[in-house]
Design a protein around this ligand. Sequence first.
Ligand SMILES: [Zn+2]
Ligand SMILES: [Zn+2]
Length: 174
Amino acid sequence: MLYRVARGLLTRLLFVLLVALAVVVFARQFTDFDSDDDISEAPAVTGPRIGRDHWHAAYQVFVCGQRQPDFALWQGGIHTHDDGIIHIHPVLPSEEDSGARLVKWFEYGGGKLTQSEVRMPGSREEYKNGDECPDGSEAVLQVFVNGERLEDWSEYIPQDGDRIQIEFGEGSAD
Ligand SMILES: [Zn+2]
Ligand SMILES: [Zn+2]
């Protein structure tokens, strides 16, 4: 009787040990596989680099449905030429990667772009969410890239060939 109980316990213990071992082996394989994956698929640099990249992204700005003039030329690696194009070819380390964000491009030109307000380079006029358009509608700032509305454009780095639309106007506008 005692022997039977002991054998039953031993069998159960062995079973638990085997299961534990299997879990450890599986977990280790899974972890190894995962870390190998991370190394081989580490994302490439998403931002532009000095001497390597010269990117162009077209942009248009609308305020209350009115197309705004292209911004005038300014200097630096992240600039424009009064041509409706964002030129991205960093010349300073500070212009690489996140230094080439859309919001930085505005800043380099003397303007300002946040999630809720915009001031065009070369202008003093600020447009803020909630301001009214001439037709009395409440305006909001939106940014579209290749037709898709961005939820947050603070980290967005224009990529070569992107088409950017910055709209200050009715929320449903597209
Ligand atoms: Zn260029
Ligand atoms: Zn240029």
